[in-house]
Ligand binder design. Structure first.
Ligand code: NAD
Ligand code: IPM
Ligand code: MN
Length: 355
């Protein structure tokens, strides 16, 4: 057995959290004999500084040639004023597009040990187990745009949202397939009372639903969904939605689980899949060695499960994370009086010891 993993640390806390996840991967490799090997590649502001581009071709090629990609995060104030086409964020957007990663799966589960940490009441978050299926390479993110033009004597900018039926069809099918393996419920989230793209979205999802009689479909407007996530998050099983709504709702849903630092994701499509935490480069804590690496570690577990089909190794990582939390270890984002405060390196060691 041997598997090639491309690791892209990126910017800010990216290096700290990917170092941690690789340490955990090395530990499960030792135990399960997986034969993992790693190739490190640049992307984001770090790549821009070195090569004048946030996404070197060489990084894309390495991803395509590997069995799975582990991505940290990109971005930071330092690059706020570079040419918009060369912003660090273009690295992750470009990778998603180049690898055809049309679906981003963002599971939100609340570890028993963290029920008390949510800003929501424990009785509301206990048992939350949902997954956001976010369309990832379409919508307003990838439509035509204009950074600046003169219009009726004023400067304006615009971004165009568009979705085609095949784009909605494939993400909807994935959502229904996902629901079939879970609790059989899909909530499709849109703004069909206002947006033409959302009306096409809703029609297309309804058509796909006809082939899944055992899965229940509900439609929700995105504003209501944002509220429902806060008042009764347990009602959700699979949420399927477009690129922008999925981005926003997943940060909101992350809070239900205690900290955004906990949340993993898998981006899948037509080529190598990519795994990354849902948070960003956290410039406010970068370099301090205190970032919560669990979202990245759990993303590595998803890589083992979905790309390498190493279910036992994936489960071992998830169990070790749960155990570390149950044993009272917390990075500062989750720390409370009475618990054991751990920095990134310490919590990584605690997790490795539990594998
Ligand atoms: P962010 O997710 O980086 O940070 C938001 C808040 O959450 C900050 O207070 C941060 O300290 C905290 N946080 C995030 N991850 C954490 C972790 N692992 N442990 C502890 N605390 C954590 O969002 P932002 O501040 O809006 O964005 C910062 C930069 O990251 C921007 O340049 C943005 O474009 C970029 N970004 C990149 C990605 C990505 O690479 N996929 C995702 C989101 C944002
Ligand atoms: C995410 C991030 C990215 C997105 C940015 C950095 C382009 O917020 O992965 O959630 O909006 O998709
Ligand atoms: Mn986001």
């Amino acid at each position: 057995m041997s598997y090639k993993i491309t690791v892209i640390p990126g910017d800010g806390i990216g290096k700290e959290i990917t170092d941690s996840a690789v340490e955990v991967l090395e530990k499960v490799d030792e135990k399960f004999g997986l034969g993992l090997s790693y190739t490190y590649k640049d992307a984001g502001g770090t790549a821009y500084d070195k090569f004048g581009t946030p996404l070197p071709d060489d990084t894309i090629e390495a991803c395509k040639a590997s069995d799975g990609v582990l991505f940290g995060a990109v971005g930071g104030d330092k690059w706020d004023n570079v040419d918009p086409a060369l912003r660090p964020e273009k690295a992750i957007l470009g990778l998603r597009k180049n690898l055809g990663l049309y679906a981003n799966l963002r599971p939100v589960k609340v570890a028993d040990a963290l029920v008390e940490y949510s800003p929501l009441k424990p009785e509301l978050v206990k048992g939350v187990d949902l997954v956001i299926v976010r369309e990832l390479i379409g919508g307003i993110y990838f439509g035509d745009k204009c950074e600046s033009e003169q219009h009726n004597g004023a400067e304006r900018a615009w971004d165009l949202e568009n979705y085609s039926v095949p784009e909605v069809d494939r993400i909807a099918k994935l959502a229904f397939e996902t629901a079939k393996l879970r609790r059989g419920k899909v909530t499709s989230v849109d703004k069909a009372n206002v947006l033409a793209t959302s009306r096409l979205w809703r029609r297309t999802v309804a058509k796909v639903a006809e082939s899944y009689p055992d899965v229940e479909l509900n439609n929700l407007y995105v504003d209501n969904c944002a509220m429902q996530l806060a008042i009764r998050p347990t009602q959700f099983d699979v949420i399927v939605t477009g690129n922008l709504f999925g981005d926003i709702l997943s940060d909101e849903a992350a809070v239900v689980g205690g900290s955004i630092g906990m949340m993993p994701s898998a981006s899948i499509g037509t080529s190598t899949s990519l795994y990354e935490p849902i948070h960003g480069s956290a410039p406010d804590i970068a370099g301090k060695g205190i970032a919560n690496p669990m979202g990245t570690i759990l993303s590595a577990a998803m890589l083992l499960r979905y790309s390498l089909h190493e279910e036992a190794a994936a489960k071992a990582i998830e169990a070790a994370v749960d155990k570390a939390l149950a044993d009272g270890y917390r990075t500062p984002d989750l720390w409370k009086e009475g618990f054991q405060k751990a920095n990134t390196e310490e919590i990584t060691k605690v997790i490795c010891e539990r594998i």
